[in-house]
Ligand binder design. Structure first.
Ligand SMILES: Nc1ncnc2c1ncn2[C@@H]1O[C@H](COP(=O)(O)OP(=O)(O)OP(=O)(O)O)[C@@H](O)[C@H]1O
Length: 259
């Protein structure tokens, strides 16, 4: 199995906080697989996810220790993203490691421009119509919006907006897609649509997903990381974590005894 990211002895402390929110995390993210981060509220799932594309750095003063390595697709070398310093390195990183948030965040512009925006920014201005269509098809939204591409994206339903955000993210061809509880604001039908999409997308992109919903983790992921109080308690294939966890702590959480 190919690793696309490798997290080594990673600790993270928020600016002004006394204690680290993540302590000595070691785990790998495997290419074209879905990895779920699970654990009770406050255990550090979102903090870890947001470290993977340095989105924390939109606020200054956070402290990173250890390494987060990302495979360079051109030469397969693993590069430490914690060493990226220049603004353009970080912008490029966030294009390579995209992010989908809990609440859909469409830009205040048309459906078409939501997708075209990032492509134009990257100078990918040729065959824009085809690229927009491909991204919307990839996010299973094309049929629903093809006759209203010029309409304001904010007029879409919540589930459609989330798929639009996924289309926007995949349009710039990221290597990894981070999803922070992408269905928590959605109804059950929209949730099923996003879960099916996650399964379909892994042909093209590696996915890391934070979820509170254990059934969701077991349905969509190949690997699962169980976290507690800022530490990684257990990491393994989803089957192993759910059916034969090695640690009692993991077993108790999966059995719903706490959290
Ligand atoms: N901006 C911040 N500044 C300081 N501490 C923070 C900040 N954001 C989160 N924390 C702390 O970091 C720890 C991990 O929080 P995080 O949001 O990553 O947990 P989580 O597992 O994603 O929780 P939830 O499931 O409730 O979203 C918590 O103790 C939290 O209080």
């Amino acid at each position: 199995m190919q690793k696309v990211m490798d997290i080594k002895n990673f600790s993270f402390t928020y600016a002004g906080a006394e204690k680290p929110s993540l302590k000595n995390i070691n785990m790998s993210i495997y290419e074209k697989k879905v990895t779920a981060l699970i654990g009770p509220s406050g255990c550090g799932k979102s903090t870890l996810l947001r470290s993977l594309n340095r989105i924390h750095d939109l606020y200054p003063g956070n402290k990173y220790e250890g390494e987060i390595l990302l495979k360079n697709p051109e030469n397969s070398e693993m590069e430490n993203i914690l060493e990226f310093k220049k603004e353009n390195e970080l912008i490029n990183l966030r294009q390579r490691v995209g992010m989908i948030f809990q609440k859909p965040t469409p830009f205040p512009m048309s459906i078409y421009d939501n997708i075209a925006y990032g492509l134009r920014l990257m100078g990918k201005k040729q065959n824009l119509d085809e690229k927009v269509e491909e991204a919307l098809r990839g996010a299973a939204l094309w049929d629903e919006v093809k006759d209203r591409l010029k309409d304001d994206a904010r007029g879409l339903s919540g589930g459609q907006q989330q798929r639009l955000c996924i289309a926007r993210a995949i349009a710039v061809e990221p290597e990894v897609l981070l999803m922070d509880e992408p269905t928590s604001a959605l109804d059950p039908i929209s949730t099923v649509a996003i879960e099916e999409l996650v399964t379909k997308l892994k042909d093209k992109v590696t996915i890391v997903i934070v979820t509170h919903n254990m059934q969701q983790a077991s349905r969509v992921s190949d690997y699962t990381a169980y976290m507690y109080l800022g530490e990684l308690i257990e990491f393994g294939t989803t089957e192993q974590i759910f059916l034969s966890p090695k640690k009692k702590h993991t077993a108790d959480y999966i059995a719903g005894k706490f959290g």
